[in-house]
Design a protein around this ligand. Structure first.
Ligand SMILES: Cc1cc2nc3c(=O)[nH]c(=O)nc-3n(C[C@H](O)[C@H](O)[C@H](O)COP(=O)(O)OP(=O)(O)OC[C@H]3O[C@@H](n4cnc5c(N)ncnc54)[C@H](O)[C@@H]3O)c2cc1C
Length: 417
């Protein structure tokens, strides 16, 4: 079997490496960083078949426009005057319609359920503990408008075979008895799970070399040399690299790398922020989304809670906005009025760029022009959730074996070559 080079060591690249090496391939993962921090670390850890509505939806578009003038809003698009951003924005706006949402529901459900099963399986491997827990997901809400919307979500979820029900505040207080709560109600997705992303990544980084995978840190891929319909060589900051098959899993940077070999893959980075409370006296029993504030809370481990949020579409080299985390914490206070969260030290605020496709569906598949290239990116808000599933699908693509789910909705060239 030939040599496979994976560009990018986030959850998508490492999961791909895991399944490909399980199948006996010789695999190298190359990353411009040290593998110890990327978007796959500081996220909320939701493994969430409940997230069957793509980012490109009428609700998000309307809210995004409404919030556009407010740079402290949870969903903020910083307009950029370059053609790749403008093409993305145009496609995002065009995709944000009811038809697209409907068409995306089943594909997103299928890949999420597939991925969740794989995480469940991984969590049973000896010594591979990443605190995988199937406790469901609560979505707290405070307004009648959201209640109305959540009723529709329940109906859509049940149609898709995803368990969902509305809870009264009293029922929620029985499930979350340790903090006082100020809500109108909650939506409960019983079938969701969560995990501790940092432990998952740490476990994978320890396991992969034992499976023969080579990890090359601090090496940036800058270009590709091609011959006929194949990528022959990668130009990297440490010299040239050759592989028989190439997997592009470079997260938010994938679009600009793909453009080097003429692939038009509309992508932007959507920065998010998180704060991990360690040794916290607060106790949460479930992952919780604070719907109107767009904040995600996760009990990652004993006395460890992560608070995250914000989708800030901004250039990949733009500086983070320090006030953003305070806005997130103010959002928490609206639902948990008595929860005193100490002001975060700037060095404890984590940020990462979600790789956002133009229609909210990932790009997974082959490229017509290049026989030995597989794309796996663009997962936006659900890349951790879909990580294991995407890795397995990449292995099936490269093995030329039947894919476990229909890959057509994820065609990387669905917006044209
Ligand atoms: C606050 C927040 C909360 C989130 N919560 C959740 C959640 O609960 N559930 C969920 O499913 N998802 C969540 N996400 C989204 C999820 O984290 C991402 O979708 C996922 O981590 C993307 O993984 P990736 O492997 O594609 O990218 P990354 O993790 O960013 O990895 C890409 C890697 O490619 C490398 N790279 C880039 N360019 C090059 C190059 N030229 N050469 C070599 N290497 C390169 C980078 O250094 C990086 O290590 C959240 C995100 C944020 C920000």
């Amino acid at each position: 079997m030939g040599k496979i080079i994976i560009v990018g060591g986030g959850i998508i690249g490492l999961s791909s490496a895991y399944y490909l090496s399980q199948d006996g391939h010789s695999v190298t993962v190359v990353d411009k960083g040290d593998f110890l921090d990327n978007c796959s670390y500081g996220n909320a850890g939701y493994v969430c078949p409940s997230h069957f509505v793509p980012l490109a939806s009428p609700g998000n578009l309307v809210q995004g426009i409404r919030w556009m003038a407010r740079s402290d809003s949870p969903f903020f698009i910083r307009p950029q005057l370059n053609s790749s951003f403008l093409s993305w924005a145009y496609r995002f706006a065009r995709s944000s319609n009811a038809r697209h949402v409907k068409d995306s529901e089943a594909p997103l459900r299928d890949i999420a359920l597939f991925s969740k099963d794989l995480y469940q399986h991984l969590s049973n491997l000896p010594g591979f503990d990443f605190r995988f827990q199937s406790k469901g997901l609560l979505e707290f809400f405070k307004t009648q408008e959201t209640l109305h919307h959540e009723k529709e979500t329940v109906a859509r979820a049940l149609d898709l075979g995803i368990q969902a029900r509305l809870l009264e505040p009293e029922e929620v207080r029985l499930m979350e008895p340790d903090l006082s709560i100020d809500i109108l109600g909650a939506l409960f997705f019983e079938g969701d799970a969560h995990l501790y992303p940092n432990l998952l990544m740490k476990n994978l980084l320890a396991l992969l070399p034992q499976q023969g995978v080579t990890l090359i840190p601090n090496t940036e891929v800058s270009d590709f040399k091609t011959q006929g319909h194949r990528i022959k060589e990668l130009d990297t900051s440490s010299g040239k690299m050759q592989g028989d098959q190439i997997v592009l899993a470079a997260g938010s940077w994938s679009g600009r790398l793909a453009a080097k070999i003429g692939i038009k893959m509309l992508m932007v980075g959507g920065r998010g922020y998180s704060l991990t409370l360690k040794d916290t006296p607060a106790i949460l029993h479930h992952p919780i989304i604070l719907t109107e504030s767009r904040v995600a809370l996760t009990p990652l481990d004993d006395r460890i809670i992560r608070i995250g949020g914000t989708m800030e579409i901004a250039p990949l080299n733009s500086p983070p906005r320090p006030g953003r985390m305070q806005a997130i914490l103010r959002g928490v206070k609206q639902y948990f009025p008595d929860w005193e969260i100490p002001d975060p030290q700037p060095q404890n605020i984590w940020t990462g760029f979600r790789p956002c496709s133009a229609d909210g569906l990932p790009y997974i598949g082959r490229i017509k022009e290049w026989d030995n290239l597989t794309i796996a990116t663009g997962h936006a808000m659900i890349g951790l959730s879909l990580g294991a599933g995407t890795g397995k699908l990449v292995s099936q693509i490269i093995n030329e074996s039947p894919a476990s789910i229909d890959l057509r909705p994820f065609d990387p060239q669905r917006f044209g070559a």
